[in-house]
Design a protein around this ligand. Structure first.
Ligand code: FPP
Length: 259
């Protein structure tokens, strides 16, 4: 893989991916949707591995939305099986390479076996610190905001804080994974121009990259294109170019700090 052109010092700290197009990939080849998901699982492995190699610190993968529970039972069952198999098969590699696993979403809705496996791997990898993979499972951004609001409401009720104290920082601290920085880059495969209820709070200033490539075909080369495109962007965080150049030149280019 030719990494020329990629500036290792200006990588996004956190890449989030909406993995879409498994069904269409399968349909185009006269295969079952489940075959598409199986092939999508290979892309997951490849992209995690490549992220680790180049030094991405946080990688979020939207693996199963709350809306996905409405799919046919066989498909949901197959997706849960693939997920459990992935967790079991990849666990040794996560330990070998210092990868920590986290999840966002409503774990209680997952089948018991999947939830236990997920919690085991999360617990086993919790001290790993080279890279963090966050799986969004039974996840929707609105649902996470509802969870956060309930936690805050309880804190107010229990006298831990007053309504006037609530600010952006406090909201962020009550989301599912407060320790994870907001995504710098959000990638969506299969060409749809939607965020589909993913990380609604966290993507306020994320750079968006949409590719027509279907997720099972999304591999290193396409990922590299997305990262290089990110490095060509100027992140302004609502300010003017002149302000950025004058005040904090290091944050102008994508990959610089926004603090
Ligand atoms: C979207 O394709 C993809 C999903 C609903 C699930 C993503 C799952 C995987 C990549 C496989 C297993 C995951 C892990 C983490 C091992 P779609 O079915 O909506 O495609 P379509 O829009 O073409 O129908």
């Amino acid at each position: 893989m030719d990494l020329d052109g990629l500036d290792k010092n200006r990588l996004p700290q956190h890449v989030a991916i909406i993995m879409d197009g498994n069904g269409r990939w399968a349909q185009q080849r006269g295969k079952s949707r489940i075959e598409g998901h199986r092939r999508g699982k290979t892309s997951v492995r490849v992209i995690v591995e490549f992220s680790r190699k180049i030094g991405i610190r946080f990688l979020s993968l939207y693996a199963f939305s709350t809306e996905n529970w409405l799919r046919p039972h066989d498909e949901v069952h197959a997706l849960m099986g693939l997920l459990e198999h992935y967790l079991i098969a990849e666990q040794p590699k996560m330990m070998r390479y210092g990868i920590r696993l986290l999840s966002v979403g409503d774990r209680d809705r997952l089948p018991l076996g999947v939830r236990r496996t997920l919690e085991d791997v999360i617990s086993l990898t919790r001290e790993n610190n080279r890279m963090t993979v966050i799986l969004a499972l039974s996840y929707s951004g609105k649902d996470e905001i509802v969870r956060m609001t309930k936690k805050l409401a309880c804190d107010v009720r229990d006298g831990k804080c007053a309504p006037e104290d609530i600010d952006e920082e406090m909201i962020a601290a009550h989301m599912d994974t407060p320790e994870v920085p907001e995504p710098d880059l959000l990638i969506r495969t299969s060409g749809e121009m939607r965020v589909s209820n993913f990380y609604l709070w966290q993507i306020a200033y994320s750079e968006l990259y949409v590719t027509p490539t279907l997720w099972p075909d999304f591999r290193e080369q396409e990922y590299l294109q997305a990262l290089m495109e990110y490095q060509r962007r100027r992140r302004r965080f609502g300010r003017t170019d002149e302000q950025l150049v004058a005040s904090m030149p290091s944050s102008v280019e994508a990959g610089g700090s926004k603090s």
